[in-house]
Write a protein that binds this ligand. Structure first.
Ligand code: UDP
Length: 328
């Protein structure tokens, strides 16, 4: 029997990798995306339904058409910097969009919900190991909007039995090793693709946002996880729900932090070229250090990341960068 899975944001970076993994595992991923930041040519692994999460009737129509067994909810605005300038946009689109989706799922009796949350919900807690029980004090509107959706999921579980797995992502990087899909945002704001752009001369230089943080080399420390490892965890999360296991929150990170300067130095090594850099001001909303201190996903889900070392992530991203997708 065909098992459809509704993938919001399936035309985006992480969503499209999830669709590929779902299709490989025998599910049919149905992409629901408004193409505001995604790409129709990334929808290669199942049907595409153009639609907006601000349009509840359209969401219900898609639930009725496919009767999915679960929802993987990736669609969201996700730029920390933008969220500091336009918090209203983040609260409106992320929170209302999720609410519309949750209500349509419940109305259609689709009660398995996998949610993309973020380490930005923890906020600035320097030198503290971040595990799933760490306090959440987001310092930017992006993290605050995701935190609100987590709360919403707990409420709808109590009232309507909507079951959930929440994944709090650390920094996602890399690309499909077969280079069919990869990371491509317009405008681009993320470190790894910006670095590779600068190496290729598509932009003059990478600006390092802040060199005076209280970290060993003064730049921000993040925990990078490969997009393919990340979506593998989603498949395990989906199975977890389909096996009626309890609601659960999981951090998804490698457990190792790298500074911006360390990431740049790995990129220089992988590409055998040099990232041109400019040292700039701090970006509002950035925490000094975000590193996962949890292995709950490995212990409970049986998650085994295999590509989340910096060298593999950057070389997969570099291979994708060189496929010429920019020139389409
Ligand atoms: N960063 C940077 N220059 C850029 C983009 C990002 O120095 O042009 C830094 C940013 O301050 C953060 C890290 O790279 O410390 C990762 O940022 P990104 O935007 O990729 O992900 P985020 O941490 O915001 O989710």
């Amino acid at each position: 029997m065909t098992q459809y899975v509704l993938v919001t944001g399936g035309a985006g970076y992480i969503g499209s990798h999830a669709c590929k993994a779902l299709a490989r595992a025998g599910y049919v991923p149905v992409t629901f995306d408004n193409l505001s930041t995604g790409w129709e040519d990334a929808v290669q692994f199942g049907p595409f339904e153009l639609g907006d999460l601000m349009d509840p009737a359209r969401i219900s129509e898609v639930f009725a058409k496919y009767a999915p067994v679960a929802v993987l909810h990736f669609a969201a605005l996700s730029q920390v910097g933008e969220s500091m300038k336009l918090p209203g946009k983040y609260w409106r689109e992320n929170v209302t969009g999720a609410l519309n989706l949750i209500e349509a799922a419940i109305e259609s009796e689709c009660l398995n919900f996998v949610f993309s949350s973020t380490c930005a919900t923890y906020g600035d807690q320097d030198n503290v190991v971040l595990n799933e029980n760490s306090q959440q004090h987001p310092i930017n509107a992006y993290g605050a909007s995701k935190r609100a959706i987590e709360d919403m999921l707990f409420d709808f579980e109590k009232s309507h039995g909507l079951r959930h797995v929440i994944f709090r992502y650390f920094n996602v990087a890399g690309a499909d090793p077969e280079a069919e899909i990869g990371e491509f945002h317009k405008p681009e704001t993320h470190l790894v693709p910006l670095m590779l752009d600068a190496i290729e001369g598509r932009r003059p230089a990478l600006t390092v946002f802040g060199t005076d943080y209280d970290t060993p080399d003064g730049t921000c420390i993040r925990d990078y996880v490969h997009v393919c490892d990340l979506v593998d965890a989603h498949l395990l999360g989906l199975t977890w729900l389909l096996e009626n296991k309890p609601n659960r929150v999981f951090n998804l990170g490698s457990g190792t932090g790298f500074s911006v300067r360390e990431v740049i130095s790995h990129a220089n090594g992988v590409t055998n070229r040099e990232v041109p850099i400019i040292e700039g001001e701090r970006r509002p909303g950035d925490c000094a250090r975000l590193v996962s201190g949890s292995s709950r996903a490995e212990e409970e889900l049986g998650w085994q990341p295999t590509r989340s070392d910096l060298g593999t992530m950057i070389s997969d991203a570099w291979r994708w960068h060189q496929t010429g997708h920019y020139d389409k």
